[in-house]
Write a protein that binds this ligand. Structure first.
Ligand code: CO
Length: 455
């Protein structure tokens, strides 16, 4: 037994979960030296929605943010989250974009890359794993945790073996919906620790009210690393609070031995910052409300609120309960995909159509058709002949890795964006978020001219 390690998520998942990823680089920089002294194993600071939000809402270059964070964090490993072949976007990118993106991220200071695939299809992680290892960073492979008749302990153990064989340096149980119950967490961690010596990390969300209990059971079962967020950016739809866990473990062999003064100073700092987001309405009290229905319906909290909103806008709020009952049926039809982006939106939309269009699969979104054609990867359980016919008729299902069908794109995109991009990193921003990045570049070039004129 050795001390528990802590991954601090405030600067990525923490603010992504509570305040729509709105922390600016200027708000992040002043507290980094303090956080760097706290004794965290790593700080998750990049990836997920941070990249998009920088360009789209904050008029910031996400690469510049990473450089500035790295310059201020000397002792602690920096970590990012990547969706494998989707990188930070919502579709599969060709291999050359995946390669250049990860290469640049690691060059700018990322030490640990956590990669996952929404369908747990290892083929969608292969390229990322290869590049991360080649660039000398730590490759953490995450399982997208979900529950279903096919998501058994054996299923996860097989996945762990595949990760290990593919070169993973550590494993993460990524419970993005906060549905891993305490005793299931205990059993899953025990089972995984029996088959691998790789470090094991637990990532969860407090959404349904069980995260702290599950985290403690995971610790009792021998988890090596857990994800927490500093108190003002914790709880609700975010991670458990860093200080509370650190204080709970004092005097035990698992004590993470964090610097409590650093934690308190960091918390005080963010309390002030958060106040601005409370006042302007970005920090909505709804994100702090425990949603145990997530456990009952096996539907993530964010998806529940989306469905309420959709049914209201369709003037069909009376059919909300029918849609909730339809979601698990659609999920079963589709081979039990984990309800994580983009599957949660896709399954939700199909369930709504099945209920309001007067028949199941009378209206089918293109994304669902592409999914059934295998364009997202292979689901955990095969889709029945009957459902497949209903959704794509006689269209073919691909059996190769989806990205094998994509041609390299970098040179084409570089030519397309032209002089607006002044670096390889700009071209990569453009590859991921074409419209948003272009607008950002245009604003940037205008402001440079303006400054030059009046300098
Ligand atoms: Co998360």
């Amino acid at each position: 037994m050795s001390k528990l390690k802590i991954t601090e998520t405030s600067l990525r998942d923490g603010h992504q979960s509570l305040i729509a990823t709105r922390l600016t680089t200027d708000e992040i920089l002043p507290i980094l030296k303090e956080m760097d002294n706290a004794g965290f194993y790593s700080m998750e600071v990049w990836g997920g929605a941070t990249f998009d939000t920088c360009l789209r809402y904050l008029n910031e270059d996400p690469w510049e943010r990473l450089r500035k964070i790295r310059a201020n964090v000397k002792n602690t490993k920096l970590q990012m989250l990547s969706r494998g072949q989707n990188i930070l976007g919502y579709k599969n990118y060709p291999d050359d974009i995946v390669e250049k993106f990860l290469k640049n991220a690691i060059f700018e200071g990322i030490d640990i890359v956590r990669v996952f695939d929404a369908l747990n299809d290892i083929r969608n992680l292969k390229k990322s794993i290869e590049v991360i290892k080649k660039e000398g960073a730590h490759c953490q492979c995450a399982i997208s945790y979900t529950t279903s008749p096919v998501h058994t302990t054996e299923y996860y153990i097989k996945l762990i073996r595949d990760f290990e064989n593919s070169g993973a340096d550590s494993i993460c149980i990524k419970d993005m919906s906060g549905i891993l119950l305490p005793y299931d967490a205990f059993n899953l961690v025990k089972a995984i620790k029996e088959v691998t010596t790789l470090p094991l990390e637990f990532h969860t969300h407090c959404t349904s009210g069980v995260a702290q209990m599950s985290m403690l059971k995971a610790i009792e079962a021998g988890i090596d690393i857990v994800d927490t967020a500093i108190s003002p950016l914790s709880s609700g739809t975010s991670q458990p609070a860093t200080e509370s866990l650190a204080l709970s473990l004092i005097g035990t062999e698992k004590d993470p031995q964090l610097n409590l003064d650093s934690l308190n100073n960091t918390a005080e700092y963010f309390k002030d910052i958060i106040k601005k987001y409370q006042d302007n309405g970005t920090y909505n009290i709804k994100v702090l409300m425990t949603e145990p229905k997530t456990l009952q319906y096996q539907i993530p909290g964010g998806m529940l609120s989306n469905l309420i909103f959709q049914m209201k806008s369709l003037n069909a709020s009376d059919k909300y309960e029918s849609v909730l009952a339809e979601v698990p049926k659609v999920r079963e039809d589709l081979g039990y995909p984990p309800l994580v982006t983009p599957m949660s939106q896709m399954v939700g939309a199909q369930a709504v159509f099945n209920i309001i269009s007067g028949g199941r699969y009378k209206i089918i979104p293109t994304e669902i058709k592409n999914y059934v054609k295998g364009m997202y990867g292979t689901p955990a359980s095969p889709i029945s002949e009957e459902i497949r016919k209903k959704i794509i008729g006689d269209d073919e299902v691909i059996t190769v890795r989806p990205a094998d069908l994509l041609n390299d794109e970098y040179d084409k995109l570089k030519a397309e964006i032209g002089d607006l991009a002044v670096s390889e990193q700009d071209v990569l921003s453009y590859a991921l978020f074409p419209q948003v990045a272009k607008e950002y570049f245009e604003k940037r070039s205008n402001s440079i001219t303006y400054e030059n004129l009046y300098a």
